[in-house]
Ligand binder design. Structure first.
Ligand code: GTP
Ligand code: SPV
Ligand code: MN
Length: 614
């Protein structure tokens, strides 16, 4: 005890509530020693990790890590939201009583950090000075040094973020205990892992992983699940799995901001980091604000929706990141950026990294190359010859400031005013390139009925078509009916409403499977059209499911499209949509307490589709 106080004193950690929290879990987890972390400790911690072999060098100022092969993605089955109110149970939040989960987790964590250091990581999930700052402070306790290094890149880290809290108790208590990864029965009936957010006690207890959002607790556990709950409970804001970008029209001087949700591994990072296509670069500049989380509130002064990115870094999918698809990401992870790569392929002789899609083909000379699991490529057995070198959910971690097109005002505490809110996902047919929605209830309805293919960001479900409301399915913390009502309330309070749209970059040719739309940088084109529509500069074509651009309205200079594909991309298949409406009705019916406005929106769209065919 005395030893802990001495460390906390030395670190200048004065918040008495935080100190109590540290004492409690140091004792429970049985950690040998504690260490308080500030962002300025990064270089020393990196060196320690290199010395210990937890990190390997990947060129000047870049690092490589492998996670345990049984621990490479989120587990949705093992993720739970617990509260003291059974009414918080929803369809997707895996609700359990707090009285059951807290003791269960604490039992698992008891003694589980013996022999290890418990790092105390005070952090802030917001630009300092944000009106939402009261919801942003947290302290993560973790027994894994590489998790600390990721937190320093992904969140603002330092004791000042908790010392100066107006309400000393208003921080999220986040505990991460790795456990014995070899023996946790991952994916079996005897799975020992639990990732729990006790939302009404603002406590996060994660046991059994050291990968990504399972372990960096500021990100999705606090930034999404906890914050969504806080936003609802306080009535003040929304926390969504949204990217956030800015578009400046250099000709008119106007700036637009668009945020929006696509399910995990469905293109948020790539969209937010995109450069204008070469043909449009003279006129338009795209700015990056955030790639995974946005908090939205209405400013009473001007009645507009404002968005902030609470994060400080990006945890991006490596696959297919290259000079053509995402040149800004390539620069953001270049030498000297402090980037940490996880589970890509690694050359132990040259310290190079590689992943599928970095270059068209893997390095020709396999000398020194090991795959993500550590297997030498040259010694792979015959039946594993074609397996990917990198894990499909391999990632890079870099701070926002490394992104070359970072918005100059990305740390503006107020956030930026939102002109458009978009939803999308991997949908191989039915969904056109873009359809705009001008009515709030229809926009929220569209988000709630977002259907897309599941991806490799979570264990075991890739390719399965499923509904993913607002791309929040894995991150929902309270029931879907109240969630819809909260959306209508928050955005409904805006006197100057954003326009909504549904986008789809992933339509495929049914015959040969090629993507009809080139995607990536060209995705700016439909977004420009959306802003022109909002400005009344174009009118598009009205359809039962929204306004679709005409071919002439889209700026298509320099796009590489196959003949006929553009027509398919803008077509609404009424019959196919009518089938979809029946599924949507079933999907919405699983939620209790869906507001009448949402049902009315559903009936309007269904009736409009029926009218088309009669
Ligand atoms: P999370 O971090 O898991 O929430 O993912 P994300 O939504 O940020 O997805 P990200 O941008 O990292 O993209 C995931 C994968 O989709 C990557 O392999 C991208 O290369 C690919 N991708 C992104 N945008 C496009 C696009 O416009 N077209 C195509 N075909 N692929 C894309
Ligand atoms: C996602 O899966 O949506 C991510 C990565 O953004 S993780 O933080 O691991 O959830
Ligand atoms: Mn995400």
């Amino acid at each position: 005890m005395a030893a802990i106080d001495a460390v906390l004193d030395e670190a200048g950690l004065k918040n008495v509530r935080v100190r109590e929290f540290v004492h409690r879990y140091a004792e429970l987890t049985g950690a040998d020693r504690i260490e308080v972390v500030n962002a300025s400790d990064d270089a020393r911690l990196v060196q320690e990790s290199l010395d210990a072999g937890e990190l390997l060098p990947a060129g000047e100022g870049r690092y490589y890590s492998r996670s345990h092969p049984k621990d490479t993605a989120r587990s949705e089955e093992r993720t739970v939201v617990a509260t003291n109110n059974p009414a918080d149970k929803g369809v997707y939040n895996n609700w359990r009583p707090a009285s059951e989960m807290r003791p269960l987790l604490e039992e698992r964590m008891r003694g589980a950090s013996a022999g290890k250091t418990m790092y105390v990581v005070p952090y802030l999930m917001a630009p300092p000075g944000s009106p939402l700052e009261a919801f942003a402070a947290g302290v993560e306790l973790t027994d894994t040094r590489t998790v600390v290094l990721h937190m320093i890149r992904m969140a603002r880290v330092g004791v000042d973020h908790v010392n100066d809290l107006a309400d000393q108790d208003s921080f999220v208590r986040a505990v991460h205990v790795t456990g014995d990864l070899e023996n946790l029965g991952q994916g079996t009936a005897d799975d020992q892992r639990y990732f729990v957010t006790v939302a009404d006690e603002r406590t996060i207890l994660h046991y059994g992983s050291s990968y990504g959002g399972n372990a960096l607790l500021g990100k999705i556990a606090h930034g999404l699940r906890q914050a969504a709950y806080d936003g609802w409970a306080s009535g003040q804001f929304l926390a969504e799995q949204f990217m956030l970008l800015g578009i400046t029209d250099k000709q008119t001087g106007r700036a637009y901001h668009i945020c929006g949700g696509f399910p995990s591994a469905s293109g948020k990072t790539n969209l937010a980091m995109m450069l204008a296509p070469d043909a449009l670069g003279d006129r338009y500049q795209v700015h990056f604000y955030g790639d995974d989380i946005a908090w939205l509130r209405v400013d009473p002064e001007d009645g507009r929706v404002y968005a902030i990115n609470p994060e400080f870094g990006a945890f991006g999918v490596a696959k297919d990141t290259n000079e053509v698809t995402n040149p800004t990401a390539v620069e953001a992870i270049a030498e000297g950026t402090g980037t940490i790569f996880t589970n890509v392929a690694y050359n132990e002789q040259t310290h190079e990294v590689w992943w599928e899609g970095k270059t068209p083909r893997p390095p020709a000379d396999p000398t020194g190359w090991r795959d993500w699991a550590g297997q030498l490529i040259s010694e792979r057995p015959a039946d594993a010859k074609d397996a990917p070198w990198a894990h499909p959910n391999s990632r890079f971690t870099t701070t926002l400031a490394n992104v070359p097109n970072i918005a100059p005002d990305y740390e503006n505490p107020k956030g930026v005013p939102v002109d458009g809110i978009i939803f999308g996902g991997r949908t191989r047919d039915r969904e056109p390139l873009i359809r705009a929605i001008t009515d709030l209830a229809e926009g929220v309805y569209d988000g709630l009925t977002l259907g897309a293919e599941a991806t490799f960001a979570a264990e075991g479900t890739e390719g399965v078509l499923r509904y993913d409301p607002m791309s929040m399915r894995p991150f929902m913390s309270y029931a879907e009916g109240p969630y819809a009502a909260h959306w209508l309330k928050v955005i409904g309070a805006a006197t100057d409403q954003p326009i909504f749209a549904h986008v789809n970059w992933f339509q495929r040719d049914p015959e040969d499977g090629h993507f009809l739309w080139p995607g990536y940088r060209d995705n700016l084109r439909p977004l420009l059209w959306l802003m022109q529509l909002r400005n009344g500069e174009v009118t598009g074509t009205r359809t039962p499911v929204g306004i679709v651009p005409t071919k002439e309205e889209l700026e298509l200079t320099g796009v590489d499209l196959r003949p006929g594909d553009m027509d398919t991309l803008l077509t609404i298949d009424t019959e196919r949509w009518r089938q979809e409406m029946a599924h949507r009705e079933e999907h919405l019916s699983t939620f209790e307490g869906v507001p009448e406005e949402i049902w009315a929106a559903h009936r309007r769209v269904a009736a409009a589709l029926d009218a088309e065919t009669s």
